[in-house]
Write a protein that binds this ligand. Sequence first.
Ligand code: F6R
Length: 367
Amino acid sequence: EKGGFDHFMLKEIHEQPKAYRDTIRGRVHDNGRQIDLKELNITPVQIQNIRNVHIVACGTAYHAGLVGAKVIEQLVRIPVASDVASEYRYSSPLITPDTLVIVVSQSGETADTLAALREAKAKGAHVLAITNVVGSSIARDADDVLVTLAGPEIAVASTKAYSSQLIAFYLLGMYLAQVRATQTEDDIAQMIMALNALPEQVESMLENSDAMKAYAEQISHHEHLFFIGRGLDYAVAQEGSLKLKEISYIHSEAYAAGELKHGTLALIEEGIPVIALVTQEAVLEKTVSNIKEVKARGADVMAISHEEHIAGLLKSVDQAFAIPKTLPLFTPALSVVPLQLLSYYASLARGNDVDKPRNLAKSVTVE
Ligand code: F6R
């Protein structure tokens, strides 16, 4: 049942190339220049009228929403706010009929996410669900469903569901941009090419998982560590940190790289591991300055970036891990993979039950 893998989590990490292909398939026009989301009920006129977007979810799905928010803001240039469902539902959210509410849930059964969906619908929003389970409560109650085709996810720690949610957000963002003409057809065509390359790029990273395994064994002896990044890298850092906590039980925090100096730098001491995500070229130099700040206080820094930056980064960091090149917007779909492997191997090194971490359930149907 685990297909030759020791754990469901590792199997599911390896299923990501297939999950990406299945989620993309049928949603890209044969001409490679347009996105087709035929399953959506929302009309082009409704899309034209969207004034703002709220993205609501819990845990890992919320982290996918953080990426989705940046994707939609950049491609469509409309304001997007993200919130966790347990806050959103009690926050008297500012919803009008021109608000698009996107709920994200692997299981489609998370109690707070379902309640947030109902609250949004009652206030007149159009609600679109990104979910992995077609017949779920959230899929049934939403006005629109964009299904991730990741296949069943058994491990409690979400991997392929998260990354397939990213793919769903890319498709949705591109589709909204196409309808509102905020991106040209050439831009969309270029994005489709990059999107189609992702599955093979994930495969190539999975073939080289030894480096992450060795690094995981090294950090498994620590009790605290930090993830830092800017922009999309910060969004992925938050997911990397949650994954590590939930299955390795190592305490970690994800920090916006530029925010460390406003307090948290006090915790940086000799030998503390810092994992720096440095994939966003527009802010690369800024993150390098932040890396220097932690290095000066004795941190042991691992950088994750593209091959072309590795030699330069190695002047400031202790180790580096290269991920394949893609458009800046799409890097989360690649950079999360080494972080998943890191959590998996760190958990294993600490002798934990990888697929069934303590105190957690796969589907949280209590509030
Ligand atoms: C973490 C994890 C949880 C879920 C969260 C939401 O690995 O699995 O944080 O992401 O409980 O679950 P869904 O997506 O089913 O609503």
